[in-house]
Design a protein around this ligand. Structure first.
Ligand SMILES: [Zn+2]
Length: 271
């Protein structure tokens, strides 16, 4: 994506609409584009440029132009950037565009593609205008922070008296501490423990009929094999940190769940 050319064409549209400031600030914004990567990767919190309020507002409003039909291609490229999924929860469909550094504060990055991320409605609402915490950047940036391919989430399964699952961030030793802290913060802010637990219970209920069927014919080993096979397929598609992969694996790993424990979810659904 040619962000400078995009900016220039947006600034021209604004000037034609009677707002000259984006064009007048083009040189400054171009310089700030060049510092975006270091803003994100530096140890401290990103710092907005000290524009006058009217300038920052004018730059923020550039984003309104990006919503016009002529930029449909750019918007759909952004939404598809993470395979159409929200890279913050790895769960829901990405149907909105997030400004990683909020456009109300960082007007200079309101139409800068590295700052525009696909996101789901729930994560976008919860993330809001937050971007720093205790003098450091608050969230993991999907384009700049490499996450390990190994598991960094964990699920704790309880069978007794009711079946429940609890998800938590469990960073491997190889993960940089700053990334681990951001992941934990993000997990809390976006309410991922509750959202994943809800999905996991729904998934178990959807599979209840199959669980009874496998138990009827092959007993606990049949239930375990069924869960493990599906966990493997899910892991191949979604990686080791997806709630579904973690849930199916935890269920398969639990002799108590496979040996009638699943019946605590409810009676056999009618056939
Ligand atoms: Zn999300």
């Amino acid at each position: 994506m040619d962000d400078v050319a995009n900016y220039d064409s947006i600034a021209k549209i604004r000037a034609d609409d009677g707002e000259p400031r984006p064009q007048l600030l083009a040189g400054v914004v171009r310089g700030l584009y060049a510092t975006y990567a270091s803003q994100i990767t530096a140890g401290g919190a990103p710092v907005p440029h000290c524009f006058a309020d009217d300038e920052r507002k004018a730059l923020k409003e550039n984003y309104e132009v990006l919503k016009r039909a002529q930029f449909d291609g750019l918007r759909s490229a952004i939404l598809q950037a993470a395979g159409g999924r929200c890279p913050f929860c790895h769960q829901a469909k990405a149907n909105e565009i997030d400004h990683f550094l909020p456009k109300a504060i960082f007007g200079e990055y309101s139409v800068f593609s590295p700052n525009l991320l696909p996101i789901c409605t729930t994560c976008n609402k919860k993330k809001s205008n937050r971007y720093k915490q205790g003098g450091v950047r608050r969230y993991v940036h999907p384009y700049f922070d490499a996450l390990p391919s190994e598991a960094f989430l964990r699920v704790d399964l309880k069978i007794d008296p009711n079946i429940s699952v609890q998800f938590e961030v469990h960073p491997p030793g190889s993960m940089p501490q700053a990334t681990a802290r951001r992941l934990s913060r993000q997990f809390d802010d976006l309410g991922l423990a509750e959202r994943y637990a809800d999905e996991a219970l729904e998934e178990m209920m959807d599979r209840l009929g199959s669980l009874y069927d496998y138990f009827d014919t092959e007993h606990a080993p049949g239930v375990e094999k069924y869960l493990r096979t599906d966990a493997r397929s899910a892991a191949a598609r979604r990686g080791p940190n997806h709630w579904l992969v973690l849930t199916l694996t935890a269920l398969a790993d639990s002799p108590a769940f496979c040996d009638r424990g699943f019946m605590r979810l409810g009676p056999q659904p009618p056939t």
